[in-house]
Each structure stands twice: as structure tokens, then as C-alpha cells.
Design a protein around this ligand. Sequence first.
Ligand SMILES: CCCCCCCC/C=C\CCCCCCCC(=O)SCCNC(=O)CCNC(=O)[C@H](O)C(C)(C)COP(=O)(O)OP(=O)(O)OC[C@H]1O[C@@H](n2cnc3c(N)ncnc32)[C@H](O)[C@@H]1OP(=O)(O)O
Length: 162
Amino acid sequence: MKAVQLYYPPEWAHCYGCGYLNAQGLRIETHWHPERGESETRFTPKPYHTAIPGFVYGGLLASLVDCHSTATAAAAKAQAEGLSLEAHPLRFVTASLKVDYLKPTPLGPELLLVGRAREVKGKKVVVETELFAEGVLTVRGEAVLVQIGEGFGRSGSAPGGG
Ligand SMILES: CCCCCCCC/C=C\CCCCCCCC(=O)SCCNC(=O)CCNC(=O)[C@H](O)C(C)(C)COP(=O)(O)OP(=O)(O)OC[C@H]1O[C@@H](n2cnc3c(N)ncnc32)[C@H](O)[C@@H]1OP(=O)(O)O
């Protein structure tokens, strides 16, 4: 199954968290499971993603939730509209991001993020994400994502104004 991010056209693929063209970035890959209406991203932090020794830096966890949410929004919107991402690449930007750190996240194991769209309405999608380390829920996120138009990023245009 192709990751949601790999459908983004090049001009939308420079994001530090999820752009496949950003060599220094995290380059996360999100997979959508239509039968469950859920998205999954797996990511193993590097030793330098440290908060205090043994635990993952919270800003990295927020970045993972952020970019996982934008991809979840694209996939959920495509499913709701009956569109294929291949023919209709959709791109969302983050309007709002809330992250609850429920427990310290251990540094070392692969992390699993699972996302669901709670609301798909117009150009807005609200996504809830849970982040697990070795099966333990350590972070919960909620994000509001807003779809940008097809032309954005091709001429330096800003997304406001619809
Ligand atoms: C990178 C910045 C974006 C530039 C895009 C242009 C080039 C594109 C190129 C490449 C794309 C790749 C991008 C990768 C991104 C990866 C993830 C990030 O790191 S994103 C970076 C951080 N985010 C921002 O910098 C957004 C800054 N904010 C904005 O640009 C606008 O505020 C925007 C687009 C988010 C919304 O503006 P409106 O005018 O298009 O939309 P309205 O009509 O105001 O809102 C739509 C719905 O969203 C809700 N909404 C808007 N802001 C909200 C907020 N803060 N909290 C809750 N809801 C909010 C509103 O209430 C409305 O909902 P109701 O339809 O009424 O139900």
C-alpha cells in the first residue's frame, strides 16, 4: 500500500515532517486502512531525539502527530468524497494542534501512531491521533486541518481566502 505522502506532487513535498523531498526531514509515511477508517505511521526516533536520557523529545512527538494528521485528513477526505489520491492529490495544512503527553515516551522502540477523522466538513477535517510505544498509549493528539487548493505552493501564494 502506497503511503499517503507519496501522492503529494513535488511542490507539496518539502515539509520537514513528511516531505519526501526533504533529505534532512523526518519523511514519515502514513498508511490508510479504509476498512477501519484509520491511518498508521511507524517511526523510530534517533538517539539524538532525546528529552532526558531514555525518553523522546516532546517536540518531535508533536511533529509526528502534526504530519500524521495532515495525511490522515487527506485520506479521510478522499474516502468521504469517493476520490482516489492518485487522480486527486489532496493537501491539508495544520490550523490547530493539541498534544497531550500522557506518559513519558521511551526512546528506542518503534512508535506507532493511529489516526481517525472525527469530522470531515467542507475543507476542514478534525483528526484524533494516538501514539503508542510498545503497545502503551503515551501521547494523544487532536488537530484541525484545512485543505489547500491545487495551485498553492506553485507561485508562492498563501492559503487564506479559499
Ligand atoms: C506552511 C504554511 C501553509 C502555507 C501553504 C501554501 C503553500 C502550500 C505548499 C505546500 C503545502 C505543504 C504544507 C505542509 C504542511 C505540513 C503541516 C504543517 O506544518 S502546516 C504549518 C503550520 N500551519 C500554518 O502555517 C497554517 C497557517 N494558517 C493558515 O494558513 C490559515 O489560517 C488556514 C489555511 C489554516 C485556514 O485559513 P482559511 O481562510 O483557508 O480557512 P478558514 O475559512 O479560516 O477556516 C476553515 C475552517 O477551519 C477552521 N479553523 C481555522 N483555523 C482554526 C483554528 N486555529 N482552530 C480551529 N479551527 C480552525 C475554521 O473555523 C473553519 O471551520 P468551519 O468551516 O467554520 O467549520
